[in-house]
Write a protein that binds this ligand. Structure first.
Ligand SMILES: *Cc1c(COP(=O)(O)O)cnc(C)c1O
Length: 501
């Protein structure tokens, strides 16, 4: 019998050629199994550690050591250094009392998925006929269904909301400019204008600038007392701009603003953009996920009418960093904005280069990681129902924290809780606004320094706000009571210190 041509059955020639694979795998396998065990422990005990702690001097200097060694260290030795200097000092976002920015948690299941994806290390091009191309396409199909997008729409997994906004706005610009931007550039027609509320995330502004439209092209429309875009002001600004010879091409609607979780009136904006032939892009970085939950669906009504929708999977979909997604209703418009096929990327009729799509025709990246896999894997292991319940639970927890705040005379709610973000502060009738801002800054910093909890901060109508964004599957109601108690205690402690100064 002839030996298989696929198998290296004789030892490779004795040469001085090298690679990373060990000659025998026992050592790396043992260390690897120890690491895997440690990582399960790390996750299982996360709530017993402080949510945040300062990096000690020893770690700071370890991480500043210049001069990369020519010869490597033993794997176990490097791992020991990781155990000492890296693992104990995370941002804290996997902790049950982390509610900063919109920090995602990830999961143990996702960690396993990442291990598998890392082993395959597939560059998910789409035109490679390989399972990962089909996995990502299947994930996109599931996401389209979850968010009520039509079957003929297109989508792409990207690094996150910022990239999803950039992709969505690129399609919007090219589809609605009224001239050939790809060929002639943005200066070939009237000045383009995109409209969004003053509460809109900075990544939208960044996208507008990257698209060469200039900062002025982004028109910030005022909001009402619930931090939703003012529709009358929007209509007036658009009319005035048209009268001045400018060309509105897009409205960016927020499904969940980063400050307060406010949702713009999506149905009204869908009507308005349709009437004027404009593109409706929805930034639903986290808020889009409300759509899948019973409590949230009604609050983001109209979401599925967007021409493009940007959302993160690493925020309210509990995935490991990083993964986001953009869905585009008109696949041809999506493709027209990005497609370019040089000869070296041509598809063939048989073999490897016969994959189902070309992901680079839908976005910026060519080489892409298999980030779709962790979402695909956890959706399969947990089922859509688990995600619905968790998003619902987070909304209920934000409502619970809101009630805790409202039932304490020493606490003040600073913005309506429209989704999953709670803004509040400690109050003391003896203090003026400046003193309250300083006091609440102190309270927040002490929450972090003492490792108790990690909300973040923002300004609400000028007032320093302690801001808790709840996208955490590890939080329980007791964690929110702990936050409330700690804020009250710190408020008393810091004001009595101030009084005795
Ligand atoms: C987080 C966020 C973004 C940016 O998303 P990244 O994943 O951080 O790139 C955009 N918009 C909103 C509302 C966000 O919360």
């Amino acid at each position: 019998m002839r030996s298989s041509p696929l198998k290296r059955d004789s030892p490779p020639d004795q040469t001085d050629e090298i690679g990373f694979d060990p000659d025998e795998w026992t050592g790396i396998r043992e260390t690897g199994q120890r690491i895997l065990d440690d990582m399960f422990d790390y996750l299982a005990t996360v709530g017993e550690r402080p949510v945040w702690r300062r990096l000690p001097e020893a770690t700071r200097s370890f991480l500043k050591e210049p001069g990369l060694a020519e010869h490597g260290q033993a794997l176990e030795e490097v791992y020991d250094e990781v155990v000492e200097h890296v693992l104990p000092y995370p941002s804290g976002n996997i902790h049950p009392r982390f509610w900063s920015w919109v920090g995602g948690t990830g999961s143990a299941q996702g960690m396993l998925a990442d291990l598998i994806a890392a082993a395959m290390n597939n560059c998910v091009l789409g035109f490679d006929e390989a399972a990962p191309s089909h996995v990502e396409l299947q994930l996109i199909e599931w996401l389209k269904t979850l968010f009520g997008f039509p079957a003929e729409s297109s989508g792409l997994c990207v690094s996150g909301g910022s990239m999803a906004n950039l992709v969505g706005l690129t399609v919007a610009r090219n589809a609605c400019a009224g001239f050939d931007v790809r060929k002639d550039g943005v200066a070939a027609g009237p000045p383009l204008r995109v409209y969004a509320s003053t509460e809109t995330h900075s990544s939208v502004q960044k996208a507008v600038e990257l698209l060469g439209l200039g900062r002025e092209a982004m028109v910030h429309v005022p909001v009402d007392s619930d931090f939703r875009i003012d529709l009358d002001a929007l209509a007036r600004r658009m009319e005035a701009d048209v009268a001045r010879g400018m060309r509105p091409f897009c409205v960016v609607a927020n499904a969940g603003t980063v400050n307060t979780g406010a949702v713009d009136p999506l149905e009204d904006l869908a009507e308005l953009t349709r009437k004027h032939g404009l593109w409706l892009h929805v930034d639903g970085a986290f808020g889009a996920l409300a759509w899948i939950s019973p409590r949230g669906r009604e609050r983001v009504r109209g979401l599925n009418r967007a021409d493009s929708l940007a959302f993160d999977l690493h925020k309210w979909m509990y995935q490991q960093y990083d993964v986001g997604c953009v869905l585009v209703r008109d696949e041809a418009a999506h493709r027209n904005a990005f497609e370019l096929t040089p000869a070296y990327l041509n598809r063939l009729t048989d073999g490897l280069a016969t994959g189902p799509t070309d992901f680079s025709a839908f976005g910026v990246q060519l080489s892409r990681g298999f980030r779709a896999f962790r979402a695909w894997f956890t959706l399969k292991t947990e089922g859509a129902g688990k995600f619905r319940r968790l998003v619902d639970q987070n909304i209920a927890q934000a409502e619970y924290l809101t009630e805790l705040v409202e039932s304490e005379p020493r606490l003040q709610l600073l913005a309506p809780t429209s989704l999953n973000i709670v803004n509040f502060r400690y109050r003391d009738p003896r203090l003026d606004e400046d003193a309250l801002n300083a006091l609440n800054t102190g309270i927040l910093q002490q929450l972090h320094v003492r490792g108790i909890a990690a909300p973040s901060s923002t300004r609400i109508n000028g007032a320093f706000s302690i801001r808790a964004a709840v996208v955490n599957h590890r939080s329980r109601r007791a964690d929110f009571r702990a936050l409330k108690d700690a804020v009250l205690e710190l408020g008393r402690e810091l004001t009595s210190q101030g009084a005795s100064d």
